[in-house]
Design a protein around this ligand. Sequence first.
Ligand SMILES: [Zn+2]
Ligand SMILES: [Zn+2]
Length: 168
Amino acid sequence: MKILVVLKDIGYEPKEFKTTVSPEDMGYYGEYDILEDVEVNITVRKTDIGYALKVKGETTMKFICARCLEEFERRYIFQDENILRKSVDSLERLSDKDVETIYIDKDEIDVMPILRDIFLTFLPINPLCSPDCLGICPVCGSKMYKERHKHKVSTRKLGDILKKEVRM
Ligand SMILES: [Zn+2]
Ligand SMILES: [Zn+2]
């Protein structure tokens, strides 16, 4: 799948494009699941050195909590801005290093690889089901909550159990 934007039609006034990309077309085969179509919002405008391209994607994903390993669903919004320049100008250097420059040699650009790139770049490395997730209990392996999760088995009682077993 391609998302083609014809650049020669773009002026200094920002032009907006909307489209959707199915989870399959995102071509992501990572750890998490994309649960619905990605809503894509593209804004392009001409600048003195080329074109400014803003790409934003939004979808719902199934993540796995890095602490308690439980699955959870959350909106995933990712966006970034790129500068598009004709390759002839490539000897010049941009002073603004925060904005990535993409060199183009045609009057149209396929936004699909850029979208995929931004999607991957902003995926959380250690997603958490909640910021204060307490993770998994080291004793029983179940998810820990702030309230009441105590184990009856203290070390003293464990000693008693061992003694009984010795007697038997
Ligand atoms: Zn968690
Ligand atoms: Zn436990």
